[in-house]
Design a protein. Structure first.
Length: 320
């Protein structure tokens, strides 16, 4: 593949142009015609970077509008390339590298451990359990390798992009007690989310219900270009928080699946910040908290830096 921008060109810091966000140009020829756009783009990025990016990263670039065909953004990764079409690609590092998965787990990630339970701070971009790809790392496997034990019982899962508290059972005698609390929805789960700011701000507190899924929300902070929201799911349906916020006109930043936009953040900005339950053997209250991760904090800081004259809506209501 012949790039019309010389490979030797570099940005101000000496990095390849793809790492500085500069546009690369290519005229598609017979080798590219009839092939998927994401396949061609992946080969192109590989040539420039000298390494192969993931398919998901390339699709994310395209869906974010980083690829232009005949001067217009093409957001369909599966669209077939036409011979002679001029292509421009801007490789944005925050989108390209965000899906690099952890390959190990540090002991500092353990939030709580006793003879029966172990809770870990799950990093983003890591599946909770094994996937169809046996080569892919997952939280259970990394944790079992870290603590030198197998057979951890899984009673909850977080989406791949979601970070935060995940609880596992070590002692089989504790399984029934933990399972009963999750089944009865008595485990108190608290999440933090950064969302799109809707045209009309939500109430300070509200409840979302769809079918059998119920989530309570608290507006923590209103910013010019987003919201910081606290979510308390009362049930445990798949993607429950993400769907409820999207249905309310406040999709989570970075959540391309539900309207948050792949370009808005380096991942889905959802963090499981706290888990409260009764210890399954002793009955004592147990509260496990996870600190906000660096990528979440960076996006929040960016939203706060654009604050201008925006005020907390709860203060306006109190002042009335």
């Amino acid at each position: 593949m012949r790039s019309l921008l010389p490979r030797s060109s570099a940005g101000a810091d000496g990095e390849p142009p793809a790492l500085t966000g500069r546009r690369l140009r290519l005229v598609a020829d017979a080798r590219h015609a009839g092939r998927r756009t994401d396949e061609v783009a992946r080969e192109w990025v590989t040539e420039v970077l000298g390494r192969v990016p993931s398919k998901a990263a390339v699709r994310r670039l395209i869906m974010a509008g980083a690829l232009r065909v005949r001067g217009r953004p093409l957001r369909a990764p599966g669209r077939l390339v036409e011979s002679g079409a001029p292509l421009e690609l801007t490789v944005r590092p925050e989108l390209l590298h965000r899906d690099e998965e952890p390959s190990s787990l540090d002991a500092s990630r353990i939030l709580h451990e006793d003879a029966a339970l172990i809770a870990v701070d799950k990093p983003p971009r890591l599946p909770t359990v094994a996937t169809a790809d046996p080569r892919r790392a997952h939280l259970v496997g990394l944790l079992e390798r870290l603590v030198g034990a197998g057979g951890l019982a899984v009673h909850q899962r977080l989406d791949q992009d979601t970070s935060g508290v995940v609880l596992f059972v070590k002692d089989p005698a504790a399984n029934a007690g933990v399972a009963a609390q999750f089944a009865a929805h008595t485990v108190q789960k608290t999440y933090l989310a950064l969302t799109v700011r809707p045209a009309r701000l939500p109430a300070p507190r509200w409840r979302a219900e769809s079918g059998t899924a119920v989530t309570d929300f608290v507006l923590v902070e209103a910013l010019p270009r987003g919201l910081l929201v606290e979510a308390h799911p009362r049930t445990g349906r798949k993607h429950q928080i993400r769907i409820h916020l999207a249905e309310a006109g406040m999709p989570i930043l970075g959540d391309a699946r539900y309207g948050g936009g792949a370009a808005a953040a380096p991942r889905v900005m959802l963090h499981a910040s706290r888990l409260r339950l009764l210890h399954p053997l002793s009955g004592a209250p147990l509260s496990i908290a996870s600190p906000v991760p660096a990528d979440f904090q960076a996006v929040l800081d960016g939203l706060r830096s654009k604050r201008a004259s925006a005020r907390d809506p709860r203060r306006r209501r109190r002042g009335r």
